[in-house]
Every structure is written in C-alpha cells, then in structure tokens.
Design a protein around this ligand. Structure first.
Ligand SMILES: [Zn+2]
Ligand SMILES: [Zn+2]
Length: 242
C-alpha cells in the first residue's frame, strides 16, 4: 500500500509578479467576486459572514446553546475521539469555499480555512502529531489531490507541529459518505483504516479533516489509531455540519 502523495505538482509562484497583478487589478472575493483585500481572499461582507463555531460539545463539536459539556449523544455513548474542535459551523461562505477546495483543486479556497483553523487551534492542548484523514489511493489518483493533507500542511507549519501522513492508511475504497445516511456511513467506513507496523506511535495525535458530518469517518480513523497504540486522539476540522 503506497503512502498517499499529492499528485498535483507544486507550481513555482513569483510573489512579486502576483503582487503587481493584484495592485493592477485588485483582488476578487473567492465567493461573490466583490472586491477583496488580497490578504483575505474574501470581501468584507463574506468575511463578516464567516460562521465561526460558538459553544459546542467538547467531544463531537456539535453546536450547543451553552457551555462545552458533552452533548446527549456523547453522554449516551462515548465516541472514540477525545475531543473535536471545529473552526466553523458548516454554512455560508464556508459551504462555498470548501467544495471548491475539495473538488476543483482550488488551493486559494483552502488557504483561508487553513488559516482560520490555525487561529482556532493555536491555544488547544498540543498533540504530538497532526494526521490528515487519508483518501484511498484510487480516489487520490482520480482526484489528484487530498484536501485533508492540504489543510494539515499549513496547519503543521503555522503551529510548528509534526505532520505525520505516514501513520494512517485507508485500506479499503469506500463510497462517498455524502451519498449515504448515518447508519450506512458507519458501515461504509468501518475497518477502512489501518496503521502499518510501527515501533512507536505518538501518544497524542489530532486528526485533520475538512468537514465533520456524522463523524463516522473520523471515528473509524480514531479506532485504527487507538488499536495501534495511540492513547489520545483528537480531531480538528474546518467545519461541523450540525
Ligand atoms: Zn464576497
Ligand atoms: Zn457530542
């Protein structure tokens, strides 16, 4: 099973040239095409609309009216994740940016979510490693691009945390979770992840993914990591679908 690699070649960027272009033409909001400050990639209105997460369950990031105690579902059945942190509740304009990032290889659309995740996660207990939720090799070949890895890379460098995309593999191709109901989602990803034989796993890792819906994928990944000896598994996601 080969280690997933990003197949999109890194293009050299001439920052001076890009800067001169932006000065000439201004920059456009990635969501609504209004004029935007170049450093944000969104216009003021879209920036103001960012759906930052508020009070939420500490175990699953489900929005709650108050506090950060566990939600009813996590109380009834403790999830395999110790903590989940979401920068956003899934909604406008994140619901426009993330699909562009995920399905259209639009790296600019991923830069802002990664920056916001870094800002939100900077004060959290520091894991020993960031582990992007891997795609199966066949899907990576089709898509040419792994959005969890592309979020994890800038996060790791901003927060000076080790990026370990070698710890976890997706051993089985699965159907797209978005097409399935909750129970089918769990069945779809059960046993889909594995850790190779390693002398030592880090004690504490944070899984990185773009969107958490039911949590089935993150839970399956967390179970594989725990089986391999990781004591604490958190998840840091860009957006939580309530
Ligand atoms: Zn806008
Ligand atoms: Zn919960």
């Amino acid at each position: 099973m080969p280690t997933p690699v990003n197949l999109t070649p890194q293009l050299p960027v001439d920052h001076g040239f890009r800067h001169r272009l932006l000065r000439l033409f201004g920059s456009r909001c990635l969501v609504c095409r209004e004029r935007a400050a170049a450093e944000h990639a969104l216009c003021d209105a879209c920036l103001a609309a960012l759906p930052w997460a508020g009070a939420a369950c500490a175990r699953c990031a489900m929005p709650l009216p108050t506090g950060d105690g566990p939600c009813g579902a996590c109380l009834r059945r403790a999830p395999p994740l110790d903590a989940v942190h979401a920068a956003f509740v899934y909604g406008f304009p994140i619901d426009r940016l993330l699909p562009r990032f995920k399905f259209h290889h639009d790296l600019a659309a991923g830069a802002l979510p990664a920056r916001c995740m870094a800002a939100r996660c900077a004060g959290l207990p520091r894991p020993d490693a960031l582990v992007p939720v891997p795609l199966h090799a066949a899907r990576l070949r089709r898509r040419g691009y792994d959005q969890a890895l592309e979020l994890a890379r800038p996060l790791a460098s901003r927060l000076t945390l080790p990026l370990r995309d070698d710890l976890l593999q997706r051993t089985r191709a699965t159907s797209a979770q978005s097409e399935l109901a909750a129970v089918a989602r769990r069945r779809n990803v059960r046993g889909a992840f594995a850790c190779g034989q390693r002398p030592a796993m880090p004690a504490h890792v944070a899984l990185i993914d773009d969107v958490m819906t039911t949590g089935a994928t993150l839970h399956a990944a967390a179970i594989a990591l725990r089986r391999a000896g990781v004591a604490r598994v958190d998840a840091w996601v860009c957006a939580r679908v309530p």
